[in-house]
Design a protein around this ligand. Structure first.
Ligand code: PLP
Length: 407
């Protein structure tokens, strides 16, 4: 008899965004004339930078000629892209990361979800609350948790992020083996200072723990005192893996390109306590289960680092941050105390009521979609997340409608 992986049965019924989509579709069906403005899901809406489009065209033409055609590429990614990443994202910021420590992939979602596969079943796992749901769900699937009770899985250590700690998780008062951190944060938009990140790195070093650092929103950092990479912190290379993505940086949500940094020095331990290089384990896993991102997409990603690409990416980020500023100000004027939206495309708002109720209220009274904070964890119960990924006109219109609805 074929049996299922019963850990999947512990998962909450639907992934957050499918739940939202179902409610929005239902509402639209009953109100076909109502124009709905989506400030919910974090999907890019601006076209790819022209530098990337030009690189894509050139690469496609290469594939049209036997002499320049490329089939399977290196599983880890083409060296031209890994070199551009190492130089621009790390070495230029004083972080000594080499191209061989970079693994190009088709998404930070897959990588943040899959990385736990190379770690032991019985490790203790800590996640911030609220959190990007992928970290939790993939540990549930892997069987590292018990069932769901009051919105929380047994055996996961939740690090509460609230107004009191400025939405930055506090160091646990006991040793944990694996910690997920995400800065700039989805969903709260919070950032972390170099001092606070240093404390995390020191904690991980002391406890022989591993930090999985998700920096998918790094490109939104405007304040130059905020670290862009965990490797700007001394000693981080021994205890941290970093995830990056071109999705939000340059609009690759549909074309798919991301990368993961696994430094050579980063270690985890077997049951006898002997250290092993995570780099070689991840390399083994990546090359066994993944066959590389397509050549034209890697060329397009490389173009992000050209002078033209850098200028265009800056323009796109500035565009989204203007929307974020508009939402933040708008919510402030309406008497809320929003956070985020400065070094991040997300604005996190305390609604003083149940987040799904507020979501429903905004949908029905304003035709505006936000994301209920409860979908990100128990600490999001009273919050909603607004996303800046829309046009400025729609953002303006949405804020005017919310103002009207709240009168
Ligand atoms: N990490 C975080 C925190 C995200 O919010 C997202 C997407 O919303 C991702 C990773 C996924 O990135 P990608 O498009 O590269 O899979």
């Amino acid at each position: 008899m074929i049996r299922i992986n019963e850990h999947y049965l512990k998962l909450q019924a639907s992934y957050l965004f499918s739940g939202i989509a179902a409610r929005v579709n239902e509402y639209q069906k009953n109100h076909p004339d109502r124009e709905i403005i989506k400030l919910g899901i974090g999907d890019a809406t601006r076209a790819l930078p022209m530098a990337c489009i030009k690189a894509l065209h050139r690469a496609v033409d290469e594939l049209a000629d036997d002499a320049t055609f490329r089939g399977y590429g290196p599983e880890q990614g083409y060296l031209f892209l890994r070199q551009a990443i190492a130089q621009n994202d790390f070495q230029a910021r004083g972080a000594d990361i080499s191209p061989e420590e970079i693994f190009v992939s088709d998404g930070a979602k897959c990588d943040t979800g899959n990385f736990q596969e190379i770690l032991a079943q019985e490790i203790t796992v800590a996640v911030p609350d609220p959190v990007y749901p992928v970290y939790v769900d993939t540990n549930v699937m892997a069987g590292r948790t018990g069932g769901l009770e009051n919105g929380r899985y047994q055996n996961i250590i939740y690090l509460e992020c609230t107004q009191a700690n400025h939405f930055s998780p506090e160091i646990p008062d006991r040793p944990v083996d694996l910690v997920y951190l995400c800065f700039p944060n989805n969903p709260t938009g919070a950032t972390i200072t170099a001092d606070a990140l240093t404390e995390w790195v020191n904690y991980a070093r002391k406890n022989k723990a591993l930090i999985l650092f998700d920096a998918a929103y790094e490109a939104f950092i405007q304040d130059e005192t905020i670290p862009h990479s965990i490797y700007e912190i001394d000693g981080a290379k021994e205890v941290a893996v970093e995830f990056r993505s071109f999705s939000k940086t340059a609009g690759f949500t549909g074309t798919r390109c991301a990368f993961t940094v696994v430094p050579r020095k980063c270690r985890a331990y077997d049951k006898t306590g002997s250290p092993h290089e995570l780099h070689s384990l991840w390399s083994r896993r990546h090359s066994t289960k993944f066959n590389g991102v397509s050549y034209p997409i890697q060329r397009a990603a490389e173009a992000v680092y050209s002078d033209e690409g850098k200028r265009q990416v800056k323009d796109i980020i500035r565009f989204y941050l203007k929307n974020a500023e508009r939402i933040r100000q708008g919510m402030e004027q309406l008497g809320f105390s929003p956070v985020g939206g400065i070094n991040s495309p997300y604005i996190w708002v305390d609604t003083q009521m149940d987040s799904w109720e507020f979501f429903k209220f905004l949908l029905e009274k304003a035709g505006v979609v936000c994301t209920p904070g409860a979908g990100f964890g128990a600490c999001g119960q009273r919050y909603v997340r607004f996303s800046a990924f829309n046009t400025y006109e729609n953002t303006e219109k949405a804020m005017a409608r919310i103002k009207e609805a709240l009168k």
